[in-house]
Design a protein around this ligand. Structure first.
Ligand code: HEM
Length: 447
């Protein structure tokens, strides 16, 4: 049956569609045949790319059948069995223990750090300064996330090294995972750098953990919440507690799941505003009315609806997790197609978000489409930047809060303009980033 699934054009012997994906990932996705499922070759390994919303939903809700196994082995070198990549067998327990960290009641505490760190980072910019925007946004987001994780620990040196390591891991994990396994195992420079960055990230995290171990009365941050999820009395069953190693697994999964994704969203939002000055003017009106040039806090969010809609629209047009793999753990069916055990299945929020049957003028930047009072909202399964089913992003509220606070704080003080001649080349990476985007910042005053 699988034979009747159309093949994506342009596979090369040995490397399959890997080179096409590395060269121009979005162009490749847009060139695929218009069919519910398309067959790809990643190296010599076949994979099925699901293009249709109902089949995507099936993949997402059947998390036992479509599991996170072999494609996540590279990530396991760094994140062990962290929630982001753990297999189904470990997922329920891990999710249950991590869930309280992201309870809405904890958001205001994290938001205080997001506000102060964004204001400090954007406050240090100079009029006329130019930035590599994906990199600058990663610095800005990482700084706040690390402080939300360890409110007392990060020294400037640790923060710099951690950010560099996250950038290295984010840049290399995409290309390394599409290489044929025999090539990926060679002692390549990329492999070495990946491993070193992973080891360093875990060592630094382990050091902070040891300093804080069992200090559940410590500051209110993600680490204290994780320690609280690990009863120190030893009376509770092991099932309820995290070991030292597992805590490091979770924290490294937050670094890797939470920095590049949010930073990328912010980078696209800034570019989209610069390309649509009429929307930018309205965002400026909104932030000026609410913030009058000050940093945004969680208390301002209800009065920043357009800013949040810009973030949502950036997530729709450029979902950071644009191609997400699973492995079929048993023979099964997807629609009319037989799927053998072991087959790789890939879902793509990018493809779903650009469908004409789900969105009016899907390629258009239109933040007002998210104004639920004035416009009918797209069906739930049409918007998947945070995935869905049991593996849906656990930090959706945290990420939306962080991105909206950051965008409001930046636009309240600065206007950003692309540097003429910069060429944007989204790379084959885990997060879809506007690589190459350089922007100049100009001071602005509240109107
Ligand atoms: C705009 C920002 C973000 C986006 C677009 C995003 C996207 C996603 C997506 C698509 C998934 C599901 C992946 C799959 O189906 O395999 C996911 C899961 C996850 N994300 Fe996020 N994420 C964001 C921010 C964050 C942040 C800030 C954190 C942590 C601080 C985080 C931690 C996680 C974790 C732990 C999971 C695994 C959940 C599970 O399997 O139960 N994410 N995220």
């Amino acid at each position: 049956m699988t034979r009747s699934i159309p093949k994506a054009p342009g596979a090369l012997p040995l490397f399959g569609h890997g080179p096409a994906l590395l060269r121009d990932p979005l162009g490749f996705l847009e060139s695929l045949p218009d069919h519910d499922v398309v067959r790809l070759l990643v190296g010599r390994k076949p994979a099925l790319l699901v293009r249709e919303p109902e089949l995507t939903r099936q993949v997402l809700v059947s998390d036992r059948t479509f599991d996170k196994t072999e494609w996540y082995d590279k990530g396991r070198e760094v994140m062990g069995d962290g929630l982001l990549i753990c297999p189904h067998s470990a997922h329920r327990r891990t999710r249950r223990l991590v869930q309280p960290l992201f309870h809405p009641s904890r958001l205001p505490g994290y938001a205080t750090v997001m506000t102060s760190e964004t204001a400090a980072a954007a406050g240090a910019w100079h009029d006329g300064q130019e930035f590599d925007i994906p990199r600058e946004m990663t610095l800005l987001i990482t700084r706040a996330l690390v402080r939300a994780m360890f409110s007392d620990a990060p020294s400037p040196g640790m923060l710099r090294q951690t950010t560099e390591d996250i950038l290295t891991l984010a840049k290399l994990s995409g290309p390394l995972s599409v290489l044929p396994p025999a090539v990926a195992r060679l002692p390549l420079v990329g492999n070495r750098r990946f491993r070193q960055a992973g080891i360093r990230l875990r060592e630094v995290t382990g050091g902070i953990l040891s300093d804080r171990c069992d200090d559940v009365a410590g500051p209110e941050d993600l680490l204290s919440a994780l320690l609280a999820a690990r009863p120190s009395t030893g009376t509770e069953s092991e099932d309820q507690s995290f070991t030292h190693r597992e805590i490091i697994d979770q924290l490294t999964a937050f670094y890797l799941g939470g920095t590049d994704t949010t930073a990328t969203t912010l980078a696209w939002a800034l570019l989209l505003l610069a390309q649509h000055r009429e929307v930018e003017d309205r965002v400026h009106d909104e932030v000026d009315g609410v913030l009058a040039g000050a940093g945004a806090g969680v208390e301002h969010l209800p009065r920043l609806p357009l800013t949040a809609q810009v973030i949502k629209e950036a997530l729709r047009l450029y979902p950071p997790a644009w191609l997400v793999p699973r492995t079929a753990t048993a023979d099964t069916r997807l629609g009319s197609h037989h799927v053998p055990a072991g087959m790789t299945i890939v879902y793509s929020p990018y493809i779903i978000h650009r469908r004409r049957d789900l969105y009016e003028q899907p390629d258009r930047f239109d933040p007002d489409r998210w104004d639920h009072e004035r416009r009918p909202q797209p069906p739930r399964h049409a918007f998947l930047p945070f995935g869905g089913g049991a593996r849906k992003c656990i930090a959706e509220g945290f990420a939306m809060t962080h991105a909206t606070i950051a965008l409001a704080t930046i636009t309240a003080r600065w206007r950003l303009t692309p540097v003429p001649g910069c060429r944007i080349r989204p790379p084959m990476a885990i997060a879809l980033s506007p690589n190459g985007l350089r922007m100049r910042v100009t001071t602005r005053s509240p109107r």
